[in-house]
Design a protein around this ligand. Structure first.
Ligand code: NDP
Length: 330
């Protein structure tokens, strides 16, 4: 089977040369292990940070080892009494077509009402991230105005739909008219600011006649800075991501004074530190996806060899919705 390892660390911008495709033999299982055939790999912005040598909130990705990543697949051989052949599981098997696990971190999946790939998106880590920021930090009430950046993406799309279900006015920010139209027409947001257009500042003002009560921030930078000026007193900001700075770009905030004058609360969070809330959040997200109340879109790279390019695209906004890689067929 094939896997992709981190071959070298990026200088500033990651490139396809930082990755290497390898072919390995399928190992013999020892007692307690299972063999998984992976169907989908999730590509996520955090992977870029792990490629650097410096320790962030997690250890760096080791060189010449399988790139870290969430996967969904099927058990194809087992020497572990907890698993039977044919069961669908989610795990962190990395950028690889197959993998061996002791089962400890695997979770069994029910695909009768939810498609397998959704467990890597709206009913997985990204959905959970949206749910946590909205319910635990922003604590929005009906009638409030909520803003979310990277609005068409895996996390942002769920944030906005959850906020709409709570009766909020929801404004998205996204790059380009196609993404903005999707956010408004398909996801049901009230407005979407296209930050790539000339008049994005006017669009932002027009979209928030009552100001903004809560922000779910995924990007950082100049646009985020401008949004601060629209904040109402006692507004809340869930700082989820700063993707505009993942390749060491500076993200200055000029309007910091607003934090004081509007008495704002800003809180960063890392979703893997809140595992206690995952069962509750995933249960709610699962029923909303199964009933069609939360919609999602996916960009799927055709096979493992296409993963590096798809990953680099994610960092430039080339994805439209949750970025996945198709691995071996079910
Ligand atoms: P998305 O599916 O939203 O894809 C990333 C999107 O970010 C792109 O489509 C693009 O949208 C936008 N983007 C990319 N590069 C830039 C850039 N340089 N400047 C502006 N926008 C850019 O990814 P996710 O939903 O998986 O992740 C969204 C954010 O949430 C990320 O910042 C991620 O790190 C963060 N995150 C944080 C977690 C936590 O625990 N705190 C957990 C999971 C995710 P567009 O074309 O509209 O610009």
């Amino acid at each position: 089977y094939r896997r992709i390892v981190l071959a070298s660390r990026p200088q500033q911008h990651a490139s396809v040369d930082n990755f290497r495709l390898e072919t390995l033999d399928i190992p013999e299982l020892t007692e307690g292990q299972v063999l998984i055939k992976n169907h989908f790999l999730s590509l996520d912005p955090y992977m870029r940070v792990r490629m650097n040598a410096e320790r962030g909130y997690a250890d760096p990705q080791a060189l010449n080892e399988t790139m870290i990543g969430g996967t969904v697949g099927t058990i194809v051989a087992t020497k572990n009494a907890r698993f039977t052949v044919g069961e669908k599981v989610i795990g962190m098997m990395g950028w690889a077509e197959m993998g061996v696990s002791d089962g400890v971190l695997l979770r069994k999946l029910d695909t009768s009402h939810i498609p397998l790939s959704a467990y890597l998106g709206a009913v997985g880590m990204p959905g959970m991230t949206a749910w946590y920021g909205l319910t635990q930090i922003m604590q929005v009430k009906a009638g409030e105005t909520v803003l979310v950046s990277a609005a068409s993406g895996a996390v942002g799309s769920v944030v906005g739909q959850l906020a709409k279900l709570q009766g909020c006015r929801v404004i998205g920010i996204a790059g380009g008219s196609e993404k903005c139209e999707y956010v408004v027409n398909q996801l049901g947001f009230d407005a979407c600011v296209d930050y790539k257009s000339q008049d994005w500042q006017q669009q932002l003002i027009a979209a928030s006649p009552q100001g903004i009560d809560a922000i779910f921030e995924n990007v950082g930078g100049e646009v985020f800075d401008a949004c601060l000026l629209r904040m109402n007193p006692f507004g809340r900001i869930a700082l989820c991501g700063m993707i505009a700075g993942y390749e060491s770009e500076e993200l200055p905030i000029k309007n910091a004074r607003v934090l004081l004058t509007q008495r704002l609360t800003v809180r960063g969070f890392i979703i893997s530190e809140h595992m206690d809330l995952w069962p509750q959040g995933l249960k709610e997200l699962g029923s909303l996806v199964a009933s069609g109340k939360i919609k999602f879109k996916e960009s799927i790279a055709p096979d493992l060899a296409a993963a590096p390019e798809a990953f680099l695209g994610l960092l430039k906004g080339k994805n439209f919705g949750k970025q996945l890689v198709r691995l071996l067929p079910e």
